[in-house]
Design a protein around this ligand. Sequence first.
Ligand code: ZN
Ligand code: MN
Length: 474
Amino acid sequence: MTNIIVGLEIHAQLKTDSKVFCSCKNSYSDDPNTNLCPTCMGLPGSLPRLNEKVVDYAILAGLALNCTINGYSTFERKKYFYPDLSKGYQISQDTTPICQDGYIELDSKKKIRIERIHIEEDTGKSLIQDDGTRLLDYNRAGIPLIEIVTKPDISSPEEAREFLNILKNTLNYIEISDGKMEEGSLRCDVNINIEDKKTGDRTEIIELKNLNSFSAVAKSIEYESKRQYQFLNSQNKEIRSTRRWDDSSNGSVLMREKFTEDDYKYTSDLDVQNLNINTDRIQDVKSKMPELMDEKAKRFMDQYDLNEYDANVLASNRNISEYFDKIGAKAKNYQLLANFFINEFLRRIDQDNFDESSLNYSIEDFLNLLDLLDENKINNNTGKKVFRLMFEEGIDPALYVEENNLVQITDDSFIDSLVEEVLDENPESVSDYLGGKDRVLGFLVGQVMKKSQGKANPQIANEKLTKALSLRKN
Ligand code: ZN
Ligand code: MN
């Protein structure tokens, strides 16, 4: 039996207006090399000046991730040669990061510890052409990042995925980062090795890079834990190294032997003042902290009487939870609202990019639809159909139901007559049912629904069928 040991390093781009050490625009999707200046290019004579907004954002992240905020932290130069790094070093925080000792709690209550969060600047981007030439775009150079480093507390692909999901949602709640892995605003490296539970023997730690989705992270952990098995309890150890995840072949490929932290030859950056943060500043940032995911989920359980699962689903995205709250404030039947919201609404939207103002219907329309369901004026299937049309075409639910004659039939004598018709027309099913094949009932209910053009109350149809069948027993 083996243990999987995983630590993550996550870089999150911050959504500030300007870069971290100069006033260039923070936007790398503009035309290449249009958002540059001598400072972010590291030209001689230029001086970096720290963007205070970045500090506030890092403090906010630290507080939301249960970290200690250090009153004093330092800036260092992390030196390495790479074409997309025009300065030859990255300004980062090595000796003392701005935040440390935090955690994220998983559903299982297991805590994944966060060792540190530090501020650093992003690098430029290399674009390798088909003929092998390399193009460089430095718009990204100097975009503010926070790097979040966990302790090696993650022990499965599922835990890694859950951790990242919570992290992404938290960053989204405090509105400091887009958290979109596919677009590169959230980037995750995986450090992984495995351990033999009996002998305690461990493989070398391998760093995996180039992961561009949560599922790639999970798959790479799965793959790498199996690949490393051959080195366990063997004389033949692999060297500590960095591998690249290849999505197309679903495997990892050797990139290079690992740089150790010593290889970077960190020195303090005397151009940037070290950071002093007093408690007033921390209090000030704290006072701007929105209600976070966990608190909100707990409030949803209280206020709307929801179970933990539903409450967590509804609270996981800030925009969406605020939209739910607006409807909830006026709704009469909370469970009906939650069910409809989760099953019909959420699956139709792109949760990462949800924008209430682009919806085709109003909150009043949504509430009216819920009322029609709650008062049994329409059945659930009709409700789903009407919602689809509201969502796609913006119809008025009450008007549509009336004009299309969709009001649910609860008229006893009418349903009775349909039941009798169906039983007369399906003598085989009747004898099957009486012979003990209970599941035929579903088919018969379906026939009644069909005859009513979908408008009968299925529950009443079911009850009446059961009753009528029991009468035919004798
Ligand atoms: Zn600049
Ligand atoms: Mn980094």
